[in-house]
Design a protein around this ligand. Sequence first.
Ligand SMILES: [Zn+2]
Ligand SMILES: [Zn+2]
Length: 338
Amino acid sequence: MKAAVFKGAGLARALEFETVDDPKPGPRDLLVKVGRCGICGTDLHMTSGHGWDFPVGTILGHEYAGEVVAVGREVERFKVGDRVSGMARAGCGACEACFRGMPLLCQNGDGEMGGYAEYLRLPEGAAAQLPKTLSLADGALVEPLAIGLHGVRMANMPIGAKVLVLGAGSVGLAAIFWARRLGAQRVVAASRSAARGPMALAMGADAFVQTGQDEVAKVIETLGGPPDFVFECAGAVGLLAQAINHAKVFGQVVSLGFCTAPDPIVPGTAAMKQVSLCFPLAYSPGEFEQVADLMLAGVVDPKVMVTSTIGFDDLPETFEALRGPNDQTKVHVLIGEA
Ligand SMILES: [Zn+2]
Ligand SMILES: [Zn+2]
C-alpha cells in the first residue's frame, strides 16, 4: 500500500511516500481502509526536531475516519462495512489508567496511528464506531473535538465562568465550542492571527482579541474581568507563562496545546495568584463516542473548522507548508474517499 512515512526532522520534506506491506490484522484487530485524515498540530510539533519527535519510520495520522474491510477472528463489536474512527491508544486493560476509563493514559504498549496510509491496523479496543449516517468528514473531526470536550470537563468549570481560549486552531476551537456549551458565561478567543476571529465566533466565542501589545488589558476589557479559566491551546513556547499572566486570582490554567519543548514559567507569578495548572490528555472512549453522537444529532456542524481539503499526493508538501505562518485551521487529506 501507499503510505506517507516520517523520514526525519530537518529534511526538506519530513514525510515521503513509500510502498509498504499492507498491515496484517491480528485476531483482535480491524483492518481499516482510511477515508480521510486530518493533519494535527501535534504531527507538526513531533516531526520538527524541536523537542520530542516520533521515531523515524512512523506512519503518522491519528484524526481519521474509514471503513472496516477485514476483522480478526476474535473481534466482537465490529464487522466489515462499519465506519470507524480510532483513538490514539488501545490501552493494556490492566493498569490504573485503563481501569479508570482513560486508556489514552496507559503507559504500556504503543500508540495507534497510521492514518496517512491507505490502510491501517486498529486494535478493537481503540476503535470507535461512527454512526452510519455520519460523514467521514465529520468522523475525522471527532478526535480533535473530543480533546476539547475532555479538557473542558477536566477543568471542572462552574456555570457562569469567564473563559479565555489562547489559540484558535482546531483544539482552541473545540475548547471554545465546549466551554460555551458547558456553561461559560462569556468566552473570549485570542490568537496572533486576526484571520482566526470569524471561525472562533462561529464556534461560540463571544469576542475575539488579537494577541500582542496590551493583550492582558484587552482581554480584561472584552471579558468583563480577568478569566477564571484560561485554556492554552496552541502549544507554542511562552504561552503557558502568558496564560498565567492572564488568569485571575484563584484562576485555573488548562494546558491543551501539548507543547513538546521546554516551556519556562515563573512559579512565583502563578503562586502570587494561587493559579492552578492542569494538563489533560486526550479523551475517554465515552467522550469520543459522545462527540460522534452529538455531531450526528446536528448539535454542531464542525466542518466549519476544515479550511482546506487536499489529495493524498499533496500531503508531504502541504505538511511542510503548515509549519510556517498560515491561515489554515484543519486540513483534511482525502485518502480513500472519493
Ligand atoms: Zn491531534
Ligand atoms: Zn493500561
